[in-house]
Design a protein around this ligand. Structure first.
Ligand code: PEP
Length: 247
């Protein structure tokens, strides 16, 4: 299994930000892990052109479940693919919170992504109050059961465990807590998709930085990271890519 360092630029970045991509590619032309950046939809096409013939893959942060139609402001998987995206992040906690996305909606989008031949990065994670109430495994178990596509394989699905309270806060679970969840997720995936589960990358996300990446990547069943803030700067994301390549 090749590990994956994925960056989520969220609603950040204009054409000028592509200089960071040039710097990243210059510093890390051939990492041994996979390297993916998911910019805002407005930059996918330009970033994909920059990344052509490089080790960098380009993805999107969301999509509509339908192939086309009267859905003002939405973007279909075919459009993302046409722009150069190979992956789509789905069910990020900010989409679940800001847009009320349910597991069923995330699954419908994931089915559309997989049907189009792209990779679905399905995000799950507990809130702080759910963790405090001892519900972490129950919550993420139910999210994974309800969100992953029916035809999930190691090639078309990546799972990102992102505790909501760790996103953008500088806080992270302990390494033991990350280990517990990732091991639980591997087992849950086995129950859902059998042997394919062994090859599904399970990423950790939530305040991953150059300073904590090496420790997190040493945790069993952590197959990479989904990185928000630290993916905006080539130096920081590059350091995380280097840490994952060395893991
Ligand atoms: C994210 O939004 O997916 C994320 C992990 O953000 P950050 O790395 O900034 O916590």
């Amino acid at each position: 299994m090749k590990k994956l360092a994925a960056g989520n630029w969220k609603m950040n970045g204009t054409k000028a930000s592509l200089a960071e991509v040039e710097a990243l590619l210059a510093a890390h032309p051939g990492p041994t892990c996979e390297m993916l950046l998911c910019p805002p939809a407005t930059l996918i096409s330009q970033m994909a052109a920059l990344a052509a013939d490089s080790a960098l893959m380009v993805g999107a942060q969301d999509c509509h479940a339908k192939p086309q139609g009267a859905h003002t402001g939405d973007i279909s998987v075919a459009m993302l693919k046409d722009a150069g995206a190979s992956h789509v992040i789905l069910g990020h906690s900010e989409r679940r919170t800001d847009h009320g996305e349910t597991d069923a909606q995330v699954r419908a989008k994931a089915e559309a992504v997989v049907d189009a031949g792209l990779v679905a990065i399905v995000c799950i994670g507990e809130t702080e109050s759910e963790r405090d109430a001892g519900q972490t495994l129950a919550v993420i178990g139910s999210q994974i059961d309800g969100s992953i596509p029916m035809a999930a394989t190691a090639a078309n699905l990546v799972v990102a465990y992102e505790p909501v309270w760790a996103i953008g806060t500088g806080r992270t679970p302990t390494l033991a807590e990350i280990a517990e969840v990732h091991s639980f997720l591997r087992g849950r995936l086995r129950g859902l998709i059998g042997e394919e589960a062994e090859g599904v990358r399970i990423l950790y996300g939530g305040s991953v930085k150059p300073s904590n990446a090496t420790d997190i990547f040493a945790v069993p069943h952590v197959d990479g990271a989904l990185v928000g803030g630290a993916s905006l700067k080539a130096a920081d994301f590059g350091a995380i890519v280097a840490a994952l390549s060395a893991a």
